[in-house]
Design a protein around this ligand. Structure first.
Ligand SMILES: [Zn+2]
Length: 966
């Protein structure tokens, strides 16, 4: 067959373009677009791609065909390979083969109304500027699915050539029937079938895949004996049978005179390996030369095919069969011949969920296509298969973007690094870089290809840092950007210039108070390898070195410590000053002492030492650190006794710690405590109220575990317990009281819902409010009467998480956009919406909580998008999570989470309990959404997609309606 040169094809196109009416009806050459061939395999066997389900309904068959062709056109393909003979059958009207069961459900049954799929596909493909190649599986007669009988002649129609000529068939060990390639009449049938297609349809090509002999154990002894005229070995004879078919098909096509029809084959990607054939590739794996008897090299060398599409279905660098080695091998194979080389790509392997897999995301296909671009010999690609590609947006977008780039259709984007936002110095050993680029061009980071960019060209890469200056340069054609990250050297042991105890290291730095029997740690720094002791309250204690070498050469700073138990005292409860500890170091005979800057004291139980909340709200903490979030809150004027003091914190009798500067601490001459005088319980439509009357305002904290509301008051009680009304939210009210405090336990009734709880000051004491769940009033607007507060995270000077567009579009913008969309959705359901932030303003976490506390909404939702530390590869982390603190918030948080996971198919990061500032609204269900990860390029694209935000808002709103309808 004569090869059509590229220039001739271009001349033909030019002539066709001059005559537009002819253009529509005539084949279009493949090189019309970017010059490269872009094929898509559409498999019909076992309904892999078409039709979705066998049917005689020609309208369904047409509409599915158009969907595939439109996909091919929109993605930028210029050729479609339609499998028209999946297994001894036809997707067109044939005099040799029955209609395919994969088409209509039963072999031999035609589609309704005389519909001919191949005719339709061909004309519709041409209307779209696509070539249509008829893909034939030459030898296969049956393709057994699991559960189906083996060698199933009964499934074949009476017109099937295997029924008419059972002697041409072989029952193979895989349970399938094959035409015997050694029988000349069987080969002639295949040739006739090809000619029939060419005569009746204006297809652009005839295409065989890799199915020749199924394997070596083929039962063809009789045929071998009968037809092996020239005494070939079995292997050579079988190969010759395949070669004859390929040669005869080629000649038959040539003899039709239709020079525009191209004949090509897509063999298994390994012809032979070097270890078994010196001409083979440097790979391992199955060899089509000896396993399928497919001698592609022979077909290429004598040019009986127009193109070859080796199925190189392995990744670059794969140890057994490296894509790069194989593509180079095939380049050498076609070099100097008129056979075009296209690569068959395993698009079906892309999208592996394992970030460690080379097939994770669309990266491998992207790498392969960019590698092909560096070749002058590879003229195109064919992708297997339609269905998996159409379902995988990432792979479709990647392929489309690269096609667009080759066509010069992609928008040019300058490379820019958004993360880090500026050059920086860090002690981390790696850093995650983010930014944007032109997606249609390969992007290089210090010369290495950047993988798995998003369709818009956003990238995220974790780079290791060496100690000192690290310069990262991102570059692609005509554009580059750089940043510098300096990694600090490990701070080893710090040198000291003299034997001493630094004042700033001597504990305590501020007044320390504890109760008798409590243990504290006395600590200081001194040169490593010294003898260090501390004197406190008349006694000396030797200290232990807890850091650094114990025998260094030179003076290096080390930490010393000893545990100290607070002594007991008798007599009137009071505070006792033990003085400041005095530390002594002895380093090789050099002795120095240092007195700590502050004193240590003992607070005896019942000591009249008090703290009064000085701010409207004073947060309390479980330990003298605020980093883990506050536990409870006290209100202005509430008084409790002080039982400890360390650093900036004071401890109250409840065991909770508060910042010293948020309370007024004072001594009194004699103890004076509040007393609870009266307790009442009332029920209402929205709330139940448990009210305590006190002689003065005692500190009160409250918690709820889903069963019991526990109210702790730092005052004894003389009040009788009220009788509970029949419709109360709680079943029992118990209390226990002592000299210093009273604990009330309110147990929830079975089946009742406590939707929120909080303590408020009254003129005569406090009240505990238990919120009832709002009832749905209107089915058309189910959120009528319900107030929901939306809290768009971050804002103003706080951008939140930074992603590929840096501060141009950071988390604060995503959160605000989503909050407005959610507002609209919830309002359409009747809800009253309050917002903590409606513009790009800076609002502290405390202020957000205060806004909520003042408004007492029925629900509080904080909107955030996620991130990770700078030394994490966030390109490989995706997913959605919800956080809540209060047990009562879990049901609503869970519904929203489940809905988002199922509607949007997100990776599951769970519904997690965490003490975030803004999830501390105990007065109503309150949760925080962490939508996708901002620095993840693909997730960032989702987060910033207006339509996806609309959908997410709708999902959340629907879930909230569902919560209230329950
Ligand atoms: Zn955030």
């Amino acid at each position: 067959m004569k090869h059509i040169g590229k220039s001739l094809v271009l001349i033909i196109i030019f002539i066709l373009l001059l005559n537009l009416s002819a253009f529509a009806a005539t084949n279009i050459a493949s090189t019309q677009q970017g010059g490269d061939f872009r094929g898509l395999w559409v498999a019909t066997v076992v309904n892999i791609d078409y039709p979705i389900k066998a049917t005689t309904n020609s309208e369904v068959l047409k509409s599915e065909a158009l969907q595939i062709l439109n996909y091919a056109k929109n993605t930028g393909f210029n050729a479609v390979f339609l499998q028209v003979r999946p297994a001894g059958d036809a997707l067109y009207k044939s005099k040799y083969y029955p209609w395919s069961k994969y088409l209509t459900g039963k072999q031999g049954v035609a589609p309704d109304g005389g519909f001919d799929p191949l005719d339709f596909w061909t004309s519709e493909a041409h209307k779209r500027g696509l070539e249509l190649h008829a893909w034939i599986n030459p030898y296969r007669v049956t393709k057994r699915s699991s559960g189906e009988p083996i060698h199933d002649f009964a499934s074949l129609h009476s017109t099937n050539p295997a029924i008419k000529n059972p002697g041409w068939t072989v029952k193979h060990a895989d349970g399938n029937i094959y035409l015997n390639p050694g029988i000349p009449d069987a080969r002639q049938l295949i040739i006739n079938g090809v000619l029939e297609i060419i005569d009746n349809y204006s297809v652009d090509g005839i295409h065989f895949d890799d199915y020749f002999y199924p394997d070596k154990n083929f039962s063809d002894n009789e045929t071998y004996k009968k037809y092996n005229y020239s005494g070939k070995s079995l292997d050579n004879w079988r190969r010759d049978n395949v070669n004859k078919l390929v040669r005869d098909v080629s000649n038959a096509i040539k003899n039709t005179g239709k020079n525009n029809i191209r004949f090509g084959i897509s063999p298994f990607g390994i012809w032979a390996k070097k270890s078994s054939n010196p001409k083979g590739s440097d790979t391992k794996g199955l060899e089509s030369y000896s396993s399928h008897y497919a001698d592609s090299l022979y077909w290429i060398n004598i040019e009986i095919i127009d193109y070859i599409v080796p199925q190189i279905y392995w990744n670059i660098g794969y140890s057994i069969a490296d894509y790069k080695k194989l593509s180079t091998w095939w380049e050498n194979a076609v070099s100097g011949t008129n056979v075009d080389l296209y690569i068959g790509h395993a698009a079906y392997k892309a999208g592996n969920p394992d970030p460690k897999s080379p097939w994770y995301g669309a990266g491998e296909i992207e790498r392969q296509l960019f590698l092909n671009d560096t070749s002058k010999i590879i003229k195109g690609s064919v992708f297997f298969n339609y269905n998996v590609m159409a379902k995988n947006t990432a792979i479709t977008n990647t392929v489309k973007t690269i096609f667009n780039g080759r066509d010069g259709k992609a928008p040019k984007v300058a490379v820019s690094i958004s993360r880090p936002t500026s050059n920086l110095t860090t002690s981390m050993s790696s850093f995650y870089l983010n930014g944007e680029s032109d997606p249609s061009q390969p992007l290089y980071l210090n010369g290495k290809l950047v993988e798995n960019r998003s369709p818009k060209g956003y990238f995220g890469v974790l780079m290791p840092l060496s100690v000192g200056k690290n310069t990262f340069t991102l570059s692609q054609s005509g554009s580059s950007d750089s940043c510098t990250i300096t990694r600090k050297a490990e701070t080893g042991s710090e040198k000291m210039s003299a034997v001493e105890i630094p004042t700033s290291s001597a504990f305590p730095q501020s007044q320390e108070y504890r109760v008798p029997g409590e243990k504290i740690t006395l600590t200081c720094q001194a040169p490593a390898g010294s003898k260090v002791s501390v004197k406190l309250n008349g006694k000396t204690y030797s200290m232990k070195q807890i850091s650094g070498s114990t025998n260094p050469s030179g003076l290096y700073k080390a930490t010393y410590s000893v545990e100290y138990t607070m002594p007991s005292f008798t007599g009137t409860p009071r505070n006792i000053n033990l003085g400041a500890p005095v530390y002594t170091v002895n380093h090789k005979g050099t002795v120095r002492t240092k007195k700590a800057p502050s004193n240590i004291g003992v607070i005896m139980r019942g000591s009249p030492y008090y703290a009064e909340a000085a701010n409207d709200v004073v947060d309390t903490y479980n330990a003298p650190v605020s980093g883990n979030g506050a536990a409870f809150e006290l209100y202005k004027g509430m008084v409790d006794s002080v039982t400890g003091m360390t650093g900036n914190y004071a401890r109250l009798s409840s065991g909770q710690w508060v910042f010293k500067n948020r309370v007024r601490i004072y001594n009194q001459a004699s103890p004076s405590s509040s007393i609870v005088r009266k307790a009442t319980y009332e029920t209402g439509k929205a709330d139940d109220v448990f009210e305590l009357t006190m002689t003065s305002l005692a500190a009160t904290i409250v918690s709820y575990d889903g069963q019991n509301v526990v109210l702790n008051v730092s005052a004894p009680s003389s009040a009788a317990m009220p009788k509970l009304p029949a419709n109360s939210l709680i079943s029992t009210l118990k209390y226990s009281t002592g000299i210093y405090k009273t604990e009330y336990i309110l147990t929830k009734k079975d089946g009742a819902t406590i939707e929120g709880y909080y303590v408020e000051k009254t003129d005569t004491g406090i009240k505990l409010v238990l919120k009832r769940k709002p009832e749905v009033q209107s089915l058309t607007k189910p959120l009528t009467g319900i107030t929901i507060m939306l809290d768009a995270g971050h804002g103003g000077s706080d951008p939140g998480a930074i992603g590929p567009l840096g501060t141009r579009y950071s988390e604060k913008d995503i959160n605000l956009a989503l909050s407005f969309k959610l507002k609209k959705e919830l309002e359409s359901q009747g809800a009253n919406i309050l917002m903590t932030r409606t513009n790009n303003s800076t609002i502290s976490l405390a202020d957000r909580l205060t806004i909520s506390r003042n408004a007492r909404p029925d629900m509080f939702i904080s909107l955030h998008a996620n991130s990770m530390a700078d030394n994490v590869d966030i390109s490989k982390i995706r997913g959605f999570s919800v956080f809540y603190r209060e047990v009562l918030s879990k049901p609503s948080a869970q519904i929203v989470y489940d809905s988002v996971i199922s509607e949007h198919g997100k990776n599951k990061h769970g519904v997690n309990k965490k003490n975030f500032y803004v999830t501390r609204n105990t007065w109503a269900p309150s949760f925080l959404l962490e939508s996708d990860f901002v620095p993840n390029p693909v997730e960032f694209e989702w987060l910033t997609n207006d339509k996806e935000q609309d959908k997410l808002a709708k999902t959340i709103s629907t879930a909230i309606v569902k919560y209230y309808m329950q």
